[in-house]
Design a protein around this ligand. Structure first.
Ligand SMILES: [Mg+2]
Length: 225
């Protein structure tokens, strides 16, 4: 998850990049986020910060406002938090624990659909991210994105005549997909049990399913209509 990045530039979507994803025109498409969906991002970031003598306190559904020096009540300066966040992607994200049931669920979904992993990780993290996915049995095409994911999801969904589905932990990305590609079924998934009660939801707009076996069944049902 990455709820409060600075205002992002608009992503340029290149057909040549989309070509590499192998989206089959005659199959449904499922687009899945990584952090806090396939991987335990908050837990991994917390461990990384602990290694630097800092504390990550799960007090709200946010990133930089949850980083503290031990014993202090004011969170770390947001710019300094941002630096640790970028470092985590470069140096620490390879150790992230996969979300329970995620790999098996993706295997099941991939019997019914093309699958693309769509992550808002910084470009420098691409190789580590792809290796992490492969090491944990989730070696599907990876697309990095900047900013809200709706435009990219719409461009990917346009490559098939069949149904599409999108999974993310963040309402901002789910709303963006609802705007740009309203026919795409949307699911919110929050992997970390500590975050679940803190994560904002819009269940009338985006179905919220926090366990992967149930989510996989719901995705398959949505794309089989
Ligand atoms: Mg995420």
């Amino acid at each position: 998850m990455n709820p409060n990045p600075p205002a992002p530039p608009v992503q340029t979507i290149r057909n040549s990049d989309l070509d590499l994803l192998g989206i089959a025109p005659d199959r449904p498409l499922v687009i899945v986020d990584v952090d806090e969906v396939l991987g335990m991002f908050m837990a991994g970031f917390g461990d990384f910060l602990a290694g630097r003598g800092l504390e990550f306190r799960v007090q709200r559904f946010a990133l930089f406002q949850n980083i503290f020096r031990p014993g202090e009540t004011d969170h770390l300066d947001v710019l300094e938090g941002r630096r640790h966040f970028d470092d985590f992607f470069r140096l620490g994200a390879a150790d992230m624990t996969p979300a329970k049931g995620a790999a098996a669920a993706l295997r099941g979904v991939s019997d019914h659909a093309s699958l693309v992993i769509c992550s808002n990780a910084p470009p420098a993290a691409r190789l580590a991210r792809a290796r992490w996915l492969g090491r944990h049995g989730m070696d599907y095409p990876l697309m990095l994105n900047v900013g809200p994911k709706g435009p990219l999801a719409a461009a990917m969904a346009a490559r098939t005549a069949h149904a599409s589905a999108f999974v993310d932990d963040l309402i901002s990305n789910l709303d963006s997909v609802a705007d740009a590609s309203p026919q795409t079924a949307r699911f919110q998934h929050v992997a970390d049990e500590r975050l679940r009660p803190l994560a904002p939801s819009k269940p009338d707009l985006h179905r919220r399913i926090d366990d992967w076996p149930t989510l996989a069944d719901a995705i398959i049902e949505a794309i089989s209509r």
